[in-house]
Design a protein around this ligand. Structure first.
Ligand code: SF4
Length: 370
């Protein structure tokens, strides 16, 4: 007699590995991979399968970009924020020292990044009301000053903006717009990004691309999501067609509601990097220095990342995000040191001319006609 219990397939380790091999092979060839298959990849635990996943992702990255790895400098120019995200050190109610950099300081900093061979300046701020006042007057002033005086490619990470502000931001000089959803599980989003609109934040990426700005989305790992949530978030980010997608491991922050949450290792982040690479071969996928510092660079490059972000020069009093101080003032996140470690992976920093070509090519494919 049939049991009324739901049938659960029992797979032996060999069968499981064969299935993983098939999914990886399919994805490496650029064939579609469904949500259950993404879930299977994100569920890998055995070392052999993980190695196969990372190797395939690395091959795809090298086939797409050669041995070039792009480099972004991090310019956290205002640490003021009106929001209270539960995972963030810079949340409004955390009683920390904050700063706003002047236009001159920001321009000088971006000039140093450009002189050092960094491809892009990521101008990042908390949701600082002073920057948003008078139709984003101060923010636009900063972006246009960096464009006019330095000419480095610019990413702007200003939080959630009104739809009509994307065209002025583009005209001021923004090439990229970054706004991380963190998770596409709506209730989880609402419990972490308190009093913020899920749809509004999702639309940021759509509005940016419709207005001629390349977009970045990102997920955070370890904020209470399930493996299926991770798989669905990756699928959503890929479907949004953002030119850059990222995963970052949550780091518990002092003075926040999540400060006592466990610190995870980077395995799930590495898996997410590799799976994103296999799903979207030409995506820019960051290896951030903001979680483990330079120690985490090689593993992320080996998992298929194509761009090193969060490079912060020492002694300039600019903060990181997930690790506000890690590796900054000892110089380990400085340009020279990062380039040295990169060479050890068999890759090289991409020349800025290469990055400019990539930006122009990606912009020409946006759903925006000037
Ligand atoms: S994550 Fe961003 S919006 Fe949220 S509190 Fe931190 S700085 Fe503000």
């Amino acid at each position: 007699m049939m049991s009324s219990l739901q049938y659960v397939p029992i797979r032996h380790e060999n069968e499981e590995s064969l299935m993983i091999d098939e999914i990886i092979e399919k994805a490496e060839k650029g064939q579609p991979v469904d949500i259950n298959e993404i879930y299977e990849l994100m569920s890998i635990t055995n070392t052999d399968d993980l190695e196969k996943l990372y190797s395939a992702a690395s091959r795809v990255r090298d086939k797409t970009f050669g041995k070039n790895i792009f480099t972004y400098g991090f310019v956290y120019f205002s640490t003021y924020c009106k929001n209270n995200c539960t995972f963030c050190y810079f949340r409004n109610t955390n009683g920390i020292d904050r700063y706003r950099k002047s236009v001159e300081e920001i321009v000088e900093h971006c000039g140093n990044l450009q002189d050092a061979g960094i491809n892009l300046a990521d101008l990042t701020m908390g949701e600082d009301p002073l920057m948003y006042a008078n139709n984003n007057e101060q923010l636009l002033k900063i972006v246009s000053a960096v464009r006019d005086e330095i000419g480095i490619n610019i990413m702007v990470s200003p939080g959630a903006m009104q739809e009509n502000m994307f065209a002025p931001l583009r005209d001021a000089g923004a090439d990229w717009f970054a706004c991380y959803q963190e998770t596409y599980n709506r209730p989880l989003f609402e419990s972490r990004r308190i009093n913020q609109s899920f749809d509004d934040r999702k639309n940021q990426k759509i509005w940016a691309r419709q207005n001629g700005i390349l977009a970045e989305d990102g997920m955070m790992i370890g904020i209470g999501e399930s493996v299926m949530d991770r798989a669905q978030t990756i699928q959503e980010m890929v479907n949004l067609n953002c030119e850059q997608i990222r995963a970052m491991t949550f780091v518990p922050q002092c003075g926040t509601p999540m400060e006592k949450d466990p610190q995870r290792d980077s395995t799930e982040e590495l898996k997410a990097i590799a799976v994103m690479r296999l799903l979207k071969h030409d995506a820019m996928i960051p290896c951030t220095l903001d979680v483990e510092g330079v120690a985490g660079l090689k593993t992320r490059i080996n998992a298929g990342a194509s761009v090193i972000t969060s490079i912060v020069p020492p002694k300039k009093h600019f903060a990181g995000v997930a690790q506000p101080e890690m590796d900054i003032d000892n110089g380990n996140r400085s340009v020279e040191h990062v380039f040295e470690v990169l060479e050890e992976t068999g890759h090289h920093r991409a020349p800025t001319s290469e990055f400019r070509k990539l930006v122009a090519d990606r912009k020409s494919k946006l759903p925006y006609k000037n």
